[in-house]
Design a binder for this molecule. Structure first.
Ligand code: ATP
Length: 458
């Protein structure tokens, strides 16, 4: 990550280069919603694919699902969201701004205190003891803390009364719990096994902001490992390591990542940990790994009346599986990767180039095809049609070659193929490496193999 990077700089680059646009922009926008553009959608899809490959495709114990966003409202009673889920909000009496008390505490402690499981009284005590002032006006005149339920409510049918109330899911994991029996039966899955999904969640956040970090609509990549209590701590440690390795393999640097074990736990939880990333706004949660005990299955058993007990075919033991959850926001991870990739580099000629050093496997476009002059476009389009069968390619014939390279650097394209007049004679092209800026000459016939060998994600 570049030391000069600010969130404003990143937002500007994302907007100008087609990564991310403000939501509903032509109507003046819609606060804290963002639209992924042609470049950003490729990046985010590649990140989601990499997650699925690592945690579903390559893991024989994990099965995928894609559950409905709108669920039977009783699900949210069972999960505790209707009765007790709520963010602790407080208002500054001076400037009338609203804040989350737990976020104030976490930011004040630079991410070292986990405030998630603190009671309102504990939060208030901490805020008073450390004299945490309003981040907006600097005042110290708080209202009492109140719970605010961040679930978005809508209604089905034609009558908008209580009976028709439906919720937009605030987390994807309930879709995994409610399919525990279905997956077990149809996949003939034996405990331990996990269910994973990637999908949208919605939260009416009190303090959204910081670009993609906290939005009101976002995608989660979550998995729930159902296991015997005796194996649960092993799985918990194992997912902590795997989650960290995944983040590093995607290109997040080790010195920008750290574990943050929670000292205060929810009453049902046996252990909990975040992996934090050093964003330009400081250390913040990137993902969570939680040992949730038997809480989720026991609640669904109680509210649905369906037995969630598992009969072990080898030991004949009947038990309620424990759950280890690994949950990461696809948008938040995309933001971390954008921050990490950004680099301003001084060139020998005194100019500065901005480069997005994405791992080639997740780069939006793998290769750009650039005819040196417009009258070489027929040959260049031939090369485009060959390469685009294998890779996401960009094509650009407008402007000087230097400007076109800069543009590709800014969207993080690892390779640029230039078509020149020699290409017409000897069927060779120049291929330029984004990071080293070195250029070599290759036969068109060798391009696919060359590029494929360089963009692997293990
Ligand atoms: P926070 O304390 O930041 O609100 P959380 O602990 O409630 O987050 P979880 O419910 O554990 O978060 O969600 C799992 C992951 O989903 C988070 O680690 C984060 O990556 C992502 N996530 C949660 N809320 C948001 C949001 N509003 N916008 C973007 N990503 C989010």
């Amino acid at each position: 990550m570049d030391n000069n990077l600010t969130m404003d700089k990143l937002v500007a680059l994302c907007k100008s280069r087609g990564f991310v646009f403000p939501g509903s922009e032509i109507y003046g926008g819609f606060a804290n919603t963002w639209d992924f553009g042609p470049v950003g959608v490729e990046l985010k899809n590649n990140i989601k694919r990499a997650w699925w490959k690592r945690f579903v495709q390559e893991d024989p114990l994990t099965y995928g699902v894609d559950a409905a966003i709108l669920m039977n409202p009783t699900v949210w009673e069972a999960s505790g969201h209707v009765a007790s889920f709520g963010d602790p909000k407080m208002d500054c009496k001076k400037c009338k701004q609203r804040f989350r008390a737990d976020t104030l505490v976490e930011n004040h402690s630079k991410g070292l205190v986990s405030a998630e499981a603190m009671t309102n009284e504990e939060l208030m005590q901490y805020i008073e003891k450390h004299h945490i002032c309003c981040p907006h006006c600097g005042g110290f005149d708080w209202t009492p803390i109140r719970k605010f339920n961040p679930m978005f409510v809508t209604s089905r049918g034609t009558l908008e009364d209580e009976a028709d109330k439906v919720y937009l899911r605030p987390e994807t994991c309930q879709g995994e719990y409610v399919n525990f029996l279905n997956v077990q039966r149809t996949a003939r899955a034996k405990v331990p096994f996990a269910i994973a999904q990637i999908g949208k969640s919605f939260r009416n956040e009190i303090t959204p902001g910081n670009f993609l970090f906290r939005t009101i609509e976002f995608e989660q990549m979550e998995l729930q490992m159902f296991c015997h209590e005796n194996d649960s701590m092993n799985f918990y440690s194992n997912y902590k390591e795997r989650a960290l390795k995944f983040a590093e393999d995607l290109g997040l640097s080790a010195d920008h990542l750290r574990f943050h074990d929670h000292d205060k736990l929810a009453h049902y939880a046996k252990a909990a940990c975040d992996i934090q990333y050093l964003f330009p706004i400081g250390w913040q949660e990137l993902n969570g790994i939680h040992h949730r005990g038997t809480w989720d299955l026991s609640r669904h058993q109680q509210y649905s009346g369906k037995s969630m007990l598992y009969l072990d075919p080898f030991t004949n033991e009947k038990f309620l599986p424990n759950v280890i959850e690994y949950s990461i926001g696809a948008d938040r991870l995309t933001l971390a990767i954008l921050c990490q990739a950004y680099q301003e580099e001084k060139l020998e000629n005194g100019e500065t180039r901005v480069v997005m050093h994405f791992h080639p496997a997740i780069a939006p476009y793998k290769v750009a095809i650039l005819p040196l002059q417009k009258n070489l476009s027929d040959k260049a389009k031939e090369v485009y049609s060959l390469l685009s069968k294998e890779f996401m390619c960009d094509y650009d014939e407008a402007g000087s070659i230097g400007k076109r390279y800069r543009r590709q650097d800014e969207i993080g394209t690892p390779f640029a193929v230039t078509i020149d007049f020699d290409t017409l004679d000897d069927q060779t092209v120049t291929i330029r490496d984004r990071d080293s800026m070195e250029q070599i000459r290759l036969k068109i016939d060798d391009l696919i193999q060359y590029i494929s060998s360089k963009i692997k994600f293990n």
